[in-house]
Design a protein around this ligand. Sequence first.
Ligand code: UDP
Length: 359
Amino acid sequence: MNAKPLKLLFISTPVGSLGTGLGGGVELSLYNIAQEMNRRGHLLQIVAPVGSTWNMPLIQIPGNLQIIAQSQQRTDPVTMPENSVLANMWEYARQVQNDFDLIVNFAYDWLPFYLTPFFKCPIAHLVSMGSLLDALDQILVQVSKQFPGTIGFHTHQQAVTFPELTPPIHYLSNGIDLSIYQFCAQPKQQLGWIGRISPEKGLEDAFAVAKSTGISLKIMGKIQDELYWQQITQDYPNTPFEYLGFLSTAEMQQILRDCQGLLMTPRWVEAFGNVTIESLACGVPVISYRRGGPAEIIQDGKTGFLVEPDSVAGLVEATQRLNEIDRYTCRAWAETEYSLTALGSRFEQWFEEILNSKF
Ligand code: UDP
């Protein structure tokens, strides 16, 4: 723990206002890290796009949202909308940087990396997705060389999707406020699926499981791609499912905890997968493809099942074996590995290392 409180400036993702779900897992990660840094006595300011609805002091910055990286081609040039909220947030950071010890960047965008050498205040970059864009890969390599140790990842599986970066590489995992997630020993006959509804999340495979097993699928999350959603509901008629919308964490865990299992069906390398640990915290085992963050979080046969990527048959088989998993073990694993305290210690150590570096 720090002797002296740190003055931290957190710059949010520019793809959506906080509280809308557009930012995906970044929103919960930012919220939890901020909460824990406040609890530890650090002085924090959060900068986010206007329209953010969090019950926490925020500097709200106007401007147009950034296009999500998942919808772009790998070789696409860097694009910026007119009156970009990303640029506006970083202009604000430039103006106030002298009041802070460290800026923390939560955007998966080229600009903050490019701006790093132009700032006097050191910048920590938390990368929230695997490699998707060549331009971003290239600037990450450059920043990691010039400012080693300033780029943080959630998991090893995520970091290895990027070209070789200069060490040290920080793996920060994630953490949640376990007191919000209630344990449930006796589930109902239902499965959960939670996430942004967007092609890289592979929701159609969870529909296929529901159709094949007849077990009702509870779906929670922001519909980011309306056509994709409509296509799935057309392709899987007579499938038992219920779409509940984008829920608050408190509402979401009420449904989640009653599920026999959570299905995770990512087509891409999930950087972490917050929903994995949220599920374990409720005592709900997770069935996921063996790729990306969930493959590092789930212990196969103990806290869920890891199945061959893109194998619906594998998901169905694992669903039939869910009663082999002890739900208390799931909760205990979340408590040991993914508490806010554990998260705070990892981040504090990372911040200290950056501040002690001589670039
Ligand atoms: N989420 C939520 N309400 C919902 C559905 C999802 O708050 O109804 C949150 C969930 O808690 C998680 C995030 O959305 O923090 C999804 O993050 P994840 O890391 O699983 O995937 P990402 O969207 O970042 O790819």
